[in-house]
Write a protein that binds this ligand. Sequence first.
Ligand code: AGP
Length: 609
Amino acid sequence: MCGIVGFTGSTPCKDILLTGLSLLEYRGYDSAGIAILDGARGMDVFRVKGRVEGLVKLVGNTPLFGTTGIGHTRWATHGKPSEVNAHPHRDCTGKIAIVHNGIIENFSELRTQLIEQGHVFISETDSEVIAHLLERAYEGDMRVAMTETIAQLEGAYTIVAVHADHPDEIVAVRKSSPLVVGCAEGCAVVASDTPALIEVTRDVVFPDDGVVCVLHSGGTVDYFDGDGVPVSPETVHIDWSIDEAKLGGYEDFMDKEIAEQPRVVRDTLAGRVKDGRVIIDELALTAEDIAAIDRVYIIACGTSYHAGLIAKNLIEAWSRIPCDVEVASEFRYRDPIVSPSTLVIAVSQSGETADTVEAVQLARTHGARVFAITNSVGSRITRESDGVIYAQAGPETCVAATKSFLAQVVALTLVALYLGQARGHLTCAQVRMFYREMQRLPEQITAILDDTTSIEHAAEIIDGATSALFIGRGIGATTCYEGALKLKEISYVHAEAFAAGEIKHGPIALVDEAMPVVALMIKSATRDKMVSNIAEVRARGAKVIGIATQGDPDAEHICDEVIYIPAVRECFSAITASVVLQVLARCVAKTRGCDVDKPRNLAKSVTVE
Ligand code: AGP
């Protein structure tokens, strides 16, 4: 959950590291640090509690000419955010510095052992043991020391290390945690995610677990397996550019990523239906395979889980295959009914979410066929799955998922159409009709984003509240789960979502004048039921923000504020309504002065359990 960057070359690396860290700050932002090797001065280390901008101030104009260095932004697991717990961590000699992402599960026993042997620890982190283990193993070759060190570690890690006696070299390794390596003329770079090295090269390597990478300042990288045998990993081309990872005039990344959604929906849909047939070659399923599926499981966390809940409605409606959606952290620790006739769809924007990847592994041990829907080329989930469908969202920097969510919903909708058609429940004509309607979604989203005045007015109702309820039915209910998550994670307003039919069974006890209610009353089979549910909460004093289909005859009379959205078929309504809920959450968060891109306590990739 931390950001890592390392550079070795022939030019001073200070600014490269600091820029790389700011591009990766979405991965963790409670402290930051860099270590730079400088032949004459040994090693300079700067660390701060807080954001990268604080680190930039601390480093200031210090003349640093070293051309090899490593940097880190932290999301604390062991030890509170503080300067002393910030990375890089050093060994007792002060010559070795490491940065680490992940959790070393056996750090306590290793630490005790190392202390008994005379090593002195200064932080509360699990990571510091790595520096001391490297010190203990080092006999002149950092690659060998790294191989010996990781043999003693349990848990997940990306480790990047430097030694002052090797100012032209960086050593890196990973296990169940992200790492990407690249090189160009006269330099080599390593990072926990591609944005930090895309300006150097777009041809990158995602090394396998346990492969030790040795980066040389001349612009080469050597890779070794656990026995020290050289290996040649595959190079992957990244097809987005650095401009996509920059703000480009928007106020914040959330604003930018919300605005990109028409393009994202268009790209995710592109080329998926030909002659009335849904094309998802990535699934590589034969007609017999599809006929044999007796259950679909969607496993995911957070926003991706909500995309799964929306898809369940469509998969069951169109293919008649039972579909269960489960939070990955629950799925992996129980005994789910999974067999070779189960189709598992794992959904993860980052492709690195530890619980989702572990759940994938569990499903595969039961013989299930597992497909991933992810936004991240080369991510862990892509290696663990039988097939991958890429959501075409491009880099998403704001911690709160927006465009990746829409891309997931669209990709899952295509999978639902595909299964429905393959099982003989949807004709080519129906598929064509649905696809045509989906192709209109980008312009409908654009229409919503072109005039957000009514959303801004509605946000005023929530601004001063401490809690809000979201209610809807069917796909509207699942859309509400995501709307409530968005609001709570970026504005810190407590929000809960309920299937509207459930509120009389308890939640309505919460309703009074201080409890705004966001109600999805879009045109659907249950729209009239929603009208009654709105009346019930209003009768108890709640102010209601209604999201209704343009032309709805009642909305204005029964809601305090109405946000109208273009008419779409109910099965696609999550796509348009979610955009409204994203904008609503952002408006509330902005008014409350929150940092929408980097909400407190969160990080973009949850690579630890
Ligand atoms: C949502 O805004 C959050 N970023 C979070 O719930 C996220 O969706 C969850 O952590 C899962 O991440 P993933 O899609 O990368 O697996």
